[in-house]
Design a protein around this ligand. Structure first.
Ligand code: ATP
Ligand code: MG
Length: 329
């Protein structure tokens, strides 16, 4: 018999009650996914899409209004203790004690999970070594760099050797080097150690690199799912991006381009126009020619193979960066 999936969410719905000035909010609207053991699932979506809410329900910290979820084969409502034992959770905001040292944080966490004092000390040393923190073991965490703190956070989530690890935006705010460091670590955890990882992220590049399976979340639903490669491959042709000097307020440019053969799915995004074309090489001269004829000034035109941003655009109707800004506002 095949092993049960490591993660299973079925039709999750979560509504937050109305506030004084706010109407009730449907944060999850029938969200479902299944993740086999050993796979990294990337949950990608703008601010407010429902990523953290999903993580909280799967880690038993919050409860769905309806729908079911299982983690490592255990029901998140009926088998909370089993779920908690099977998972490591690295929250969006650090949970380490800044006044304690790295080793103190790890030993305490081991004790909380029921390890003996001796076992906790041994495990702490092991984790400090693997995250390259041995030299900083006896320093207070408040003196750590952002990257070191985040590595310690992940180590804290691993103390009790969980089978499933939840990482809620593990690299937000890190510099590129610290981010790359953590990526290598996550790859090692899922690769050689067979851990199942659920990772939420705002970075397309991170999702592209780490996720074996990617789910794009928008307004509490999964709008696209697959490997990053498959999602990109589904989009045919090339992507053309035109930067205009002036915003296309009345839709003149959009209309003009839509008359060109082989140009489709035109989306306006401020001064930027994006379109899918059959062949970039032939579309660009046609696009530029049409704009020049109408004396519409252009600052730049770029052609690229479909990226995850194009996938995002395709399924949500807006670009990743715009959606992020919109929902954060
Ligand atoms: N405790 C709460 N009470 C009321 N509304 C909430 C609560 N937690 C989240 N929300 C709302 O639910 C929606 C989804 O929030 P969630 O934190 O799951 O999004 P997210 O995808 O993790 O966003 P971010 O990328 O900003 O972390 C948002 O509109 C948020 O304002
Ligand atoms: Mg979040």
């Amino acid at each position: 018999m095949a092993p049960p999936p490591a993660l299973e969410a079925a039709e999750l719905v979560k509504t937050y009650p109305a506030g004084r000035k706010k109407p009730p909010l449907r944060a999850l609207d029938g969200l479902s996914f299944t993740v086999p053991e050993g796979v990294v699932l990337g949950l990608l979506g703008p601010n407010g899409a429902g990523k953290s809410t999903t993580v909280k329900i799967l880690t038993t910290l919050s409860r769905a209004d309806s729908g079911t979820a299982r983690v490592a084969g255990f029901d998140v409502v009926k088998q909370q203790a089993e779920v908690r034992h099977a998972i490591g959770y690295v929250p969006q905001k650090s949970s380490s004690d800044p006044m304690a040292t790295g080793v103190e944080n790890l030993v305490l966490s081991g004790r909380v999970y029921g390890l003996s004092r001796q076992e906790s000390v041994r495990r702490a040393a092991e984790l400090l070594a693997r995250f390259d923190l041995t030299d900083a073991a006896n320093r207070q965490v408040r003196t750590y760099s952002g990257g070191m703190q985040r590595k310690l956070d992940v180590a804290l989530g691993l103390v009790h050797r969980p089978r499933v690890l939840f990482l809620d935006e593990p690299t937000t705010g890190l510099d590129p080097e610290a981010r790359a460091d953590l990526w290598t670590e996550v790859e090692r955890l899922s690769g050689t150690e067979g851990l199942t990882v659920l990772l939420t992220t705002h970075y397309l590049e991170e999702a592209d690199r780490l996720a074996g399976q990617l789910a794009i979340v928008d307004h509490g639903k999964i709008v696209a799912e697959g490997t990053p490669e498959a999602l990109k491959a589904e989009l045919r042709g090339d992507s053309v991006q035109v930067e205009l000097v002036d915003t296309d307020l009345d839709g003149t440019v959009q209309k003009l381009l839509s008359t060109l053969p082989g140009v489709g799915e035109i989306v306006v995004d401020g001064n930027t126009l994006r379109a899918r074309v059959d062949r970039g090489a032939t579309a660009v001269p046609a696009v530029l020619g049409a704009l020049e004829e109408k004396a519409i000034p252009v600052t730049a035109v770029t052609v690229s193979r479909p990226s995850l941003d194009d996938v995002y655009l395709q399924y949500t109707g807006r670009s990743f960066k715009t959606a992020d800004k919109e929902q954060a506002a």
